[in-house]
Write a protein that binds this ligand. Structure first.
Ligand SMILES: [Zn+2]
Length: 281
């Protein structure tokens, strides 16, 4: 095996890891690398049917346990919670909650990320793309905080109380494969649905997301890890994780869901460089 490396994914809610880049995280963990996750909230706003709440005092407690289940399947070494509350989507009352992540300045959230970076010393940091995947305010907020923290962590005179300065080598943004997204949009339209009102709460505008283009610098084939990604997703049963493999979504996942795309934010990628197949190159 090549030298052991460390990856830190910085995300917003329990389930972001499994529904998102879980295949890639599982692949690197399987290869013996150390894979950590920092999660800004405990997904307090995720709706959950009563059947999932049995034995739990709160949604946060239940979703933390779902995340720990998923982390086991993905082979994550440790999960850090940054201690904020799920901010919900814009316009919801949850968005105004004083503990909501978005109610806290990016600089403050970034300090918590700096602390995790200096503690686990990752070679690679991964977070959401600049529009947070699907424009969830928590995703965008933690994206901004992570970009800031990535730069601050290596500054010796920045917040020395948070640990010794450390500069990770790479920063990546996970992006939805655009071709896949456009196909989903067309399929939903063909079936008579409205791709601008998608998801459990009909607040995701897939049609507009498909129009935003991000470059792909690294593409990770995780086809050997599909089973692990599926098992991890099943852990998030309260958020529909068991339906991941079913219906049209399941079909598309089986046909196309075998790779994750990443945009490289640091170091600045060369113009028109070929797409690589490693986050460490
Ligand atoms: Zn999320």
């Amino acid at each position: 095996m090549t030298q052991t490396k460390t990856i830190l994914a910085v995300l917003a809610h329990p389930d972001d890891e499994s529904f998102g880049m879980g295949g890639t995280l599982a692949l690197y963990a399987k290869q013996g690398h150390h894979v950590y996750l920092a999660c800004a909230t405990r997904g307090e706003v995720g709706s959950a049917d009563a059947e999932f709440m049995q034995g739990f005092k709160s949604v946060a407690e239940m979703r933390e346990s779902e995340l720990r289940c998923a982390a086991g399947h993905l082979g994550l070494k440790e999960v850090f919670f940054l201690g904020y509350r799920d901010s919900g989507m814009p316009g919801s009352p949850e968005n105004e909650h004083p503990d909501a992540q978005v109610a806290h300045p990016v600089e403050e959230v970034a300090k918590k990320v700096v602390q995790v970076i200096r503690s686990v010393k990752p070679d690679v940091v991964i977070t959401f793309d600049p529009i947070g995947g699907y424009r969830h305010p928590d995703h965008i907020h933690i994206h901004n905080a992570t970009v800031l923290a990535f730069n601050q962590a290596g500054e010796a005179d920045f917040a020395p109380e948070l640990g010794k300065a450390f500069s990770p080598a790479f920063l990546y943004f996970h992006t939805f494969p655009r071709g896949f997204l456009r196909l989903v949009v067309r399929t939903i339209r063909l079936l008579g649905g409205d791709p601008s009102k998608w998801g459990r709460n009909k607040d995701i505008d897939l049609a507009s997301l498909a129009e935003v283009d991000f470059p792909t610098h690294v593409r990770i084939d995780y086809s050997t890890m599909r089973e692990k990604k599926m098992l991890a997703s099943h852990c998030h049963a309260s958020q529909g994780g068991r339906e991941m493999g079913k219906g049209i979504q399941g079909l598309l996942f089986r046909l196309l869901g075998q790779h994750d795309d990443f945009m490289q934010a640091h170091p600045q990628p060369a113009q028109n460089a070929r797409i690589r197949n490693s986050l460490f190159e």
